[in-house]
Design a protein around this ligand. Structure first.
Ligand code: FRU
Length: 518
């Protein structure tokens, strides 16, 4: 029915049936769904349908923001906001996972537990190579974690100083941690929202710099030893979006055209361009004391609904790799996964692009996909049904188009559920439509179509999208336009239809890479 409507609207429809989920598998899932509504069965079904293959998820319990990411001795460390004993937000710990390629993750024992000062909220970690903190022993560099401690009793009793910045250190490369006895290292200045410190080494002033979110702006602090901190300045009260509270900032450098720029990112909730949680960025200069933006435009890292609190890795060299929490505070506590809640986004390499004199951040996840064994199919040659080896595998769809035609890529199943994404040349917008993608009644705001204005000035609309069971990450125009959305089909999508008014362009090169399970 939906396809018929589209035929009337567009000139040519090219249809490829791709995901070859065996009929047996699908019907097993349907009958389970139809006859069994116990929570246990729903949880088992969610494990099969929604547990991603190439994204990190905790084995059980709740997760939100990624925290404290650093790289050392060939290992990427990822910590995360974690409530291990429940699938909703609660007493926050730092969970821990490690990876050698940022795609295959191993969950490690919990890293940092709440104590009498408070729960362990978001923050960062650095390798203190010069042992400025003095925590190192026998010539071994300590890892120092800097985070917010949130005191629940303080909040309930009506105080305003219940969020303070604390530190912990590790002498075994991030596996076990000791709390610093003199915590907190920065006391709350009397503002309820004072959290999520991100610390970097600032080479020009030979100091550690902390950027921390303070209600509707960020503050910068400096330190020689990660213990004593001096307030430097504030930024952002009169720039960017202010429809919500600023959270999880980051500060780093990137180059474009041989010129170095400082990038400041700040998540905000609510206030995102497609409602709820999202991350904005500012580009400009930072001299070790204050940040100056070179534009007064509000700019977003990702226009989808599900990329929040992203920050970059520390100590991995000049490349800036960011990872975010793939959910949105509007409905994160209600998504139908039961045993666990939330995944991280794919890692993304960040870069800068100049668009008509305005500098923008670009994101690219494709490089990390090379680590995965895959099967590649050129769909234009398939002309019909193509087989994908395993149920609900993660896959990448890519498409090079040489003009500005509209296109829609529609992933669908036999129950009539579909997820559409694409580009509309009339409105000059990218979109993801998850209105009828599957289960959505858990929150009235979930079913929606999301839009991203097209920023690029180039004449092509090439894209790639990575789908991993219950998520899509859609990168267009060389990563200038990014949309990340989650969705919950009742049975896996079994078809991919490409709808475009430019048959030639679609036939040119439309490729599917299925990532094979290791
Ligand atoms: C962002 C956030 C942070 C806070 C953490 C608590 O999602 O609200 O500001 O530190 O989550 O879990």
């Amino acid at each position: 029915m939906k396809t018929l409507i589209k035929i009337n609207l567009l000139l040519i429809i090219i249809t490829f049936s791709i995901l070859n989920v065996s009929a047996q598998n699908s019907s097993q899932l349907i009958s389970k769904n139809g006859t069994n509504t116990t929570l246990q069965n729903m949880a088992e079904k969610a494990e099969v349908l929604y547990r991603p293959q190439i994204h990190f998820t905790p084995s059980k319990g709740w997760m939100n923001d990624p925290n404290g990411m650093f790289y050392k001795d060939g290992v990427y460390h990822l910590y995360f906001q974690h409530n291990p004993d429940s699938n909703v937000w609660g007493p926050m710990h730092w969970g821990h996972a490690t990876s050698k390629n940022l795609i295959n993750w191993k969950q490690e024992p919990i890293a940092i537990y709440p104590d009498s000062i408070g729960m362990i909220f978001s923050g960062s970690a650095v390798v203190d190579i010069k042992n400025t903190s003095g925590f190192g022993k026998n010539g071994k560099a300590p890892i120092v974690a800097i985070f917010t401690q949130h005191n629940m009793e303080g909040e309930y009793s009506g105080r305003t100083d219940f969020q303070n910045q604390s530190i912990a250190y590790s002498l075994d490369n991030g596996y076990t941690w000791k709390m610093y006895k003199g915590n907190p290292v920065i006391k709350n200045p009397g503002i309820k929202d004072f959290r999520d410190p991100k610390v970097i080494w600032h080479d020009a002033t030979k100091k550690w710099i902390m950027v921390v979110a303070v209600k509707n702006k960020v503050s910068f602090y400096s330190s020689a030893n990660l213990i004593q901190w001096t307030k430097e300045s504030d930024f952002g009260e009169d720039l960017g979006n202010h429809d919500g509270v600023w959270e999880c900032p980051d500060l780093f450098t990137l180059s474009n055209d041989n010129k170095k720029y400082w990038v400041l990112t700040s998540s905000i909730n609510p206030g995102g361009p497609n409602k709820g949680s999202a991350t904005q960025f500012f580009i400009g200069d930072f001299d070790g004391h204050s940040f100056k933006s070179n534009s007064n435009k509000t700019k977003w890292m990702d226009y989808g609904a599900d990329n929040y609190a992203g920050v970059t890795w520390s100590d991995n060299g000049p490349e800036k790799i960011s990872i975010g929490w793939m959910s949105n505070w509007i409905y994160a506590r209600e998504v139908p996964t039961f045993n666990w809640r939330s995944a991280t986004t794919l890692p993304r390499t960040l870069a800068l692009k100049n668009v008509n004199g305005e500098m923008y951040l670009t994101s690219d996840a494709s490089k990390f996909m090379y680590a995965l064994p895959k099967k590649i199919q050129l769909l234009s040659k398939g002309n019909g049904k193509l087989n994908v080896p395993s149920l609900g595998s993660a896959y990448k769809i890519s498409f090079d188009q040489n003009n500005l035609s509209s296109y829609t890529v529609s992933l669908s199943n036999d129950l009539g559920e579909y997820l559409d994404f694409g580009y509309d040349s009339i409105t000059n917008q990218f979109f993801i439509d998850r209105t009828l993608a599957g289960v959505h009644k858990f929150n009235p705001e979930f079913a929606a179509k999301h839009f991203a204005p097209r920023l690029a000035v180039s004449k092509t609309t090439g894209f790639y999208a990575i789908v991993d069971k219950a998520s899509i990450e859609f990168f267009a125009d060389g990563g200038l336009n990014v949309m990340t959305d989650i969705f919950f089909p009742t049975v896996p999508y079994t078809n991919i239809n490409i709808i475009s008014n430019n048959k030639k362009a679609v036939e040119q090169r439309f490729e599917l890479s299925t990532f094979l399970k290791n």
